[in-house]
Ligand binder design. Structure first.
Ligand code: ADP
Length: 185
């Protein structure tokens, strides 16, 4: 059994998609073991989206911009910093819904349900592919963090660190779902 962190970002909350998105996780049988609404602090977001992510985003964005002939004056490092800060600002622009899901291969399954980072590249049937369409390119040219509805932990190790960052141990619950009663009793 694995646990993974999911955050419904401000765009999901403001667009009234909380129920629809949650349903998708519930339908595949993942168990909600913790949940809360909050406006995250900058301190949390700096840990959640650390400075090193800016370098990765900056290099990827520079490659994309060069490929598509976008004009810019910043270095890859500066682009990364701008987009990372914009992403952190976006995450605290309104309340988010953070929750922990538990299940077999939960990390991988949740990432599959969520789709790729850029909504344009997310397949139909995924959350990002079904409820958004903008590309990372469009977001980055506007110097914005992509509004892609959901955060989901990328690896089992990342999930452990992120759950510790967003939840206190007493905010997580143990219980049996009906499915567990019926199938594994
Ligand atoms: P994911 O959320 O799919 O794990 P990352 O960890 O690479 O993706 O990025 C964290 C978040 O930063 C993304 O979900 C998105 O909101 C934002 N982001 C990443 N890359 C870009 C980009 N090139 N342009 C705008 N925003 C981006």
């Amino acid at each position: 059994m694995e646990k993974t962190l999911v955050i419904l970002k401000p765009d999901a909350v403001q667009r009234g998609l909380v129920g629809e998105i949650l349903t998708r996780f519930e339908k595949v049988g993942l168990k909600i073991v913790g949940m809360k609404m909050l406006v995250p602090t900058n301190e949390t977001l700096v840990k959640h989206y650390p400075d090193e992510l800016g370098d990765i985003i900056g290099n990827k964005t520079k490659q994309d911009w060069d490929k598509y002939g976008v004009e810019y004056t910043e270095s890859a490092e500066e682009i990364g910093k701008i987009i990372l800060n914009a992403t952190r600002d976006f995450m605290r622009s309104g309340p988010v819904l953070a929750f922990v899901l538990e299940g077999g291969h939960a990390v991988e399954v949740v990432r599959k349900l969520v789709g790729s980072t850029g909504p344009k590249d997310s397949l139909p049937g995924t959350i990002r592919g079904d409820y958004a369409h903008l590309s990372l390119g469009k977001a980055s040219i506007a110097r914005k963090g992509a509004a892609n509805l959901v955060h989901a932990s990328g690896t089992v190790e990342e999930a452990k660190v992120e759950i510790d960052l967003w939840f206190k141990p007493e905010e997580l619950y143990e219980y049996k779902t009906a499915q567990e009663h019926l199938t594994h009793a």
